[in-house]
Design a protein around this ligand. Sequence first.
Ligand code: NAP
Length: 251
Amino acid sequence: MPNLRLRGHVCLVTGASRGIGNGIAQALAMEGAKLAINYHYSENEAGKLIEALQGIGVSALAVKADVSREDDVEKMFSQVEKELGKISMLVNNAGVSLRALFQDTSVEQWDQVMATNLKGPFLCCRRVLPNMIAQRFGRIVNIASIWGLRGAACEAVYAASKGGLIALTKSLAREAAPSGITVNAIAPGPIETDMLLHELDEEDRNWLAEQIPASRLGQVEDVAAACVYLLSKDASYVNGQILSVDGAWNA
Ligand code: NAP
């Protein structure tokens, strides 16, 4: 009998149509969770994931929402609660990057990055918490970034959004711990997804891999495994922590 560590839990993963979120959703499903897959534009990709999960008997639902919009977030949570049940686990993964010289960054770009990467998790945490508090149980994992810990030239706004998410994680962990809720973050190093492919050409990616002590870029499975751990019972006394998944790059 396999040990399904998340059996019976309803998990919402934001930005699960592609990349890291997609990998996390698959890993949580393999641990017995019921999955709500949030997407914004990539309806086809989300649909394919749902088909694959339902094909192996997983309860899964795709929900369209822009996590930066309060009305979208409200509709998403209501739909998931109606169709899958109360959400006991939330993974705030949806995010956008921005590579630009600081002085060339517009106010609109600042607003867009902050809205998705920081306001999104704020809205989702605020919506999920009352039920978690009532149940005296909840698990939240925020996908931050190594840049939120150390900063990054030409990615100051992105780094600031992830630094804010790290502060939010630590603060909410302190506030919610008495209610049996853990709030942790993962700080991935460079992970091979569309986001990275979009920003760096092959030469730059190879150069980057050489800078990492593990001698390779990260894969979505590396982040997904860390997320499963933080959501599992094994991590019930791990709270307010930022788990780097970066091949010792930031060690
Ligand atoms: P990705 O391949 O570009 O995928 C981004 C995902 O976020 C997509 O599913 C996208 O949905 C969703 N998304 C974006 N804006 C959204 C919004 N407003 N509302 C709902 N969903 C939205 O990126 P990734 O590399 O997997 O990154 C996932 C997370 O990891 C991000 O928070 C990122 O900052 C973080 N991270 C990534 C790396 C890396 O090297 N890749 C490193 C550190 C941290 P649609 O396609 O449906 O629009």
